[in-house]
Write a protein that binds this ligand. Structure first.
Ligand code: PBG
Length: 326
């Protein structure tokens, strides 16, 4: 063998492996999703996501302190309202769960970047991501209510709003409304490449947001398509998105890689509920090594190009990093 053909030399010792390693994760790059319930004294485990909870705002302290202690970058908030109607009017209630949580977190845990999910599905009685007309989500009517919700989050003090509905033109529309109201500095994280995915199953139990009829295939993307994601990303950049997102993560690493190649902005990956629950369930059965799978999954998402990662394993990952295990 020629002397130039010996890559194994680089893997000979843990020290050299560490030195030559290409990907490291920082806790600052992790975002932890939080489900905020209306009401008091609620900390309720989500059945399909063992270890994840719905919290009322008065029970957030413990988890927020833990996140800050581990230097985790931020939180992504989802609201679980008590009241739902056809047009999802609780979504822009200034005293709603998300709005109240944003104020509370910005006041008491200013270290955390606060991002809010902007979508109608948790707030509508039919569970679709917008306003219905003839049993179909009406794009432009939905833009109006999304912008109202986003504005209410910005007013509460959110650093970033994250529209996850996949309507056409939502980024430009929301950007305009935010700017007109003096929120030029509120960022938009666009769920640009959001697939119509079965990996969201456990989330829909967590947030009570499963559609009461049909599915989301008419607005979310077809898992068979990659080029389409790049078109969505290009449009969202044009409309003023600050950060672009690919979701889910593990099954879509090619899309993530391509997104990173074409975008001139940070790209986020969202490792969704189904990815979490699959690992939890298999680990519980003893089929896999949970710790190693958590580390490997996150590393691969960063290797594929993610600048930041939204993950239900944020605490575990940050602890591994703190302990020098990742
Ligand atoms: C929509 C939204 C969903 C998720 C994030 N935002 C659900 C959906 O589109 O049905 C899924 C996140 C996850 O599965 O972890 N509000």
């Amino acid at each position: 063998m020629k002397l130039t053909q010996r890559p194994r030399r680089l893997r000979r010792s843990p020290q050299i492996r560490a030195m030559a390693r290409e990907t490291y994760i920082l806790p600052q790059k992790l975002i932890y999703p939080l489900f905020i319930a209306e009401g008091e004294n609620i900390k309720e485990e989500i059945e399909a996501m063992p270890g994840q909870y719905r919290f009322s705002v008065d029970r957030l302290d413990e988890i927020l302190s833990e996140l800050v202690g581990l230097k985790i970058g931020g939180v992504l908030l989802f609201g679980i309202p008590n009241y739902k109607d056809e047009c999802g009017s609780s979504a822009w209630d200034e005293n709603g769960a998300v709005q109240t949580a944003v104020k509370y977190i910005k006041q008491n845990f200013p270290q955390l970047v606060v991002i809010t999910d902007v979508c109608m599905c948790e707030y509508t009685s039919h569970g679709h991501c917008g306003i219905l007309e003839n049993n179909d989500v009406h794009n432009d009517k939905t833009l109006e209510v999304l912008a109202k919700a986003a504005l209410s989050h910005a007013k509460a003090g959110a650093d970033m709003v994250a529209p996850s509905d996949m309507m056409d033109g939502r980024i430009g529309y929301i950007r305009e409304v935010l700017d007109k109201n003096g929120f030029e500095n509120t960022l938009i994280m666009a769920y640009s490449a959001k697939y119509a995915s079965a990996f969201y199953g456990p989330f829909r139990e967590a947030a009570g947001s499963a559609p009461s009829f049909g599915d989301r295939a008419s607005y979310q993307m077809d898992p068979a398509n990659g080029d389409e994601a790049l078109r969505e990303i290009a449009l969202d950049m044009e409309e003023g998105a600050d950060i672009l997102m690919v979701k889910p993560a593990l099954a879509y690493l090619d899309v993530l890689y391509r997104a990173k190649e074409i975008s001139d902005r940070p790209v986020a990956a969202y490792s969704v509920s189904g990815e979490y629950s699959m690992i939890k369930a298999a680990a519980e059965k003893g089929f896999i090594d949970e710790k190693r799978i958590i580390k490997e999954s996150a590393l691969c998402i960063f290797r594929a190009g993610a600048d930041m990662l939204i993950t239900y394993f944020a605490l575990e990952l940050a602890k591994f990093i703190q302990d020098g295990e990742l």
